[in-house]
Design a protein around this ligand. Structure first.
Ligand SMILES: [Fe+2]
Ligand SMILES: [Fe+2]
Length: 314
């Protein structure tokens, strides 16, 4: 009975477009020491490290793509959505900046991933040739993937157990903001496609989501194999090690399977799974980690920044 009532409330909310995002709060965060002290910074485990590293390689490019895919809609939506897009842009810009620094740390730790990056850059170039709605739909689907992975990272501390503190802090910060802004692209898409039939909306988003999920999994897996080969794994052993890591009992991918499938529900909305408590949990975990470099950072290391284009329109 409760389940039927929850389904009804969810259907009512989606029909009335009543799923507001929580207030978006771009947090001030900057690693003072963007280095990997240990090459296998997650619990001395090359496989777990490859999982997180492969995500990080894709972030600076994917996040700039997502920023660019939302910006054209700023002048076509209401004031509230415009504010949310601006906050989304600010959050993703910050993530992109920190992951760029993290990726430089990977290079310093001896990893090479030029070919992986080149594939991502080429893919983004191709996607940028598509129209605004196509790119918005891509972003909406990618945001569901990042949101469910983030929710899992925040829900189960085993995924980052034994990780270097300053890096764990960075991933918790990123995951928290991914939950917070998970519905921004979806709400813009709902607004833009409000004249579509329910069937057309469902068919469109689920088709996109299926293709994107496949590309995401296969591209990240090949990046993980590429990284593990530099740790002495053969292609085949790297493949099976990653499969085991993701799909074992309690494995991150296995635990994400059910939240992943919620996207296929007719009445899906990112906030139909209400995990706002994870924002508070992420914030408290994130602020509790005091890295000595946060205190002494300005005296020890001043980060050198590469110039980056300002993506926030005045
Ligand atoms: Fe992000
Ligand atoms: Fe995001």
């Amino acid at each position: 009975m409760t389940n039927i009532w929850e389904q009804f409330k969810s259907l009512f909310a989606i029909l009335s477009n009543n799923y507001a995002s929580p207030e978006l709060n771009p947090r001030k965060f900057r690693m003072n020491r963007p280095v990997l002290v240990r090459r296998h910074w997650v619990n001395n485990d090359p496989v777990a490290t490859a999982f997180f590293n492969s995500l990080s390689i894709s972030f600076p490019h994917a996040e700039v793509f997502m920023i660019d895919s939302l910006k054209p809609w700023r002048d076509k939506v209401n004031e509230q959505m415009r504010k949310e897009i601006n906050a989304f842009v600010q959050q993703e810009l910050n993530h992109s900046r920190e992951h760029l620094a993290f990726n430089r740390g990977m290079i310093d730790a001896g990893y090479e991933f030029k070919s992986v990056e080149k594939d991502i850059i080429n893919l983004v170039k191709k996607l940028n040739l598509r129209d605004d709605l196509f790119r918005l739909q891509m972003t909406m689907c990618m945001e569901h993937l990042t949101a469910i992975i983030s929710a899992e990272i925040l829900s189960d501390e085993r995924h980052l157990a034994g990780a270097e503190m300053h890096l764990r802090k960075m991933w918790l910060w990123h995951a928290t903001e991914e939950i917070e802004h998970k519905a921004v692209a979806y709400n813009v898409w709902l607004e833009v496609t409000k004249d579509w039939s329910a069937l057309r909306r469902w068919a469109n988003r689920t088709l996109f989501f299926t293709l994107i999920s496949y590309r995401f999994l296969s591209n990240r897996l090949s990046a993980q194999i590429h990284l593990l080969q530099q740790d002495g794994y053969s292609k085949i052993s790297a493949f099976f090690a990653m499969m085991y890591y993701g799909l074992k009992k309690g494995g991150l991918l296995r635990r994400c399977a059910r939240p992943w499938a919620t996207f296929y529900r007719v009445n899906f909305h990112p906030w139909s799974v209400d995990d706002r408590h994870l924002i508070a949990a992420g914030d408290s975990q994130f602020t509790m980690i005091v890295d000595i470099n946060d205190v002494l950072g300005k005296f020890i290391v001043q980060r050198k920044e590469s110039p980056r284009k300002d993506d926030i329109a005045a």
